[in-house]
Design a protein around this ligand. Structure first.
Ligand SMILES: C[S@@+](CC[C@H](N)C(=O)[O-])C[C@H]1O[C@@H](n2cnc3c(N)ncnc32)[C@H](O)[C@@H]1O
Length: 219
């Protein structure tokens, strides 16, 4: 299936969701480079999507490759309920769990995806999540972090203004503060945790300065 076809299938999975959530998921699929996250994630193995929200990325990953066993976790129980309904409407097996704010990735995962979550965490929590995720990777596993880069500056301000509306005005996203970190800082922490890091800027041709940081654990 092409990425467009998978995104259409994810949108269809939310056809029964309330209008506001349906529009949010459609907007998310339009603005976030979910295809780049999918392409960086191994086609086979256990995948944890940390801070999965409504589950659009987790569903995309499960629909893209049937060899993935995908679990999504989030602190927002309402989003988890909608994610479960969408998975069941699509007939796709994904486990969605509501977790406490102090949940940190544990276990052994072949991939952990963290898409637009770290900026919502304070510094201590963010470092714990990054370190926990690095530890929870199986040998050869990959951590796929998608964040907004702080450069180019004008693209960053557009993205930051939209996030401010989502968190403070529409209250779609939980989180009282936003702390954007340069990808180099996240990468340095991953290197310190023993991962081999690859930086992939994704802002070319896009309004938002999307950025992927991949951290691979030696096999
Ligand atoms: C901007 S949304 C991104 C959702 C999803 N990853 C996506 O790309 O569509 C950020 C998500 O992080 C979740 N979140 C915030 N703090 C969290 C925490 N401490 N543990 C797990 N999830 C958290 C929020 O509830 C929200 O659903």
């Amino acid at each position: 299936m092409t990425s467009e076809a998978i995104e259409a299938a994810v949108r269809t999975a939310f056809a029964g969701a309330p209008r506001r959530e349906r529009l949010h998921v459609a907007g998310r699929l339009r603005s976030c480079p979910v295809d780049a996250v999918g392409d960086a994630t191994p086609a086979v193995g256990r995948v944890l999507d940390f801070g999965c929200g409504h589950g659009a990325v987790a569903l995309y990953l499960a629909m893209q490759a049937s060899g993935r066993s995908v679990t999504g976790v989030d602190v927002d129980g309402d989003k988890i309920a909608l994610a479960r309904d969408a998975a069941s409407a699509a007939g796709v097996t994904v486990t969605f769990d509501e977790v406490a704010t102090d949940y940190r990735p544990k276990g052994e995962w072949d991939a952990i995806t963290i898409v637009d979550v770290l900026y919502l965490l304070d510094e201590a929590a963010r470092l714990e999540v990054i370190d926990g995720a690095a530890r929870a990777l199986a040998p050869g596993g990959v951590l796929v972090i998608k964040e907004i880069d702080v450069r180019p500056r004008w693209k960053f301000w557009i993205a930051a203004a939209q996030e401010l509306v989502a968190t403070k005005v529409l209250r779609i996203t939980a989180g009282s503060e936003m702390h954007w970190l340069p990808p180099g800082v996240i990468g340095a922490r991953l290197i310190g945790a023993g991962l081999k890091v690859e930086q992939r800027p994704l802002h070319h041709g896009r309004l938002h300065p999307h950025h992927l940081i991949l951290g691979r654990k030696p096999a």
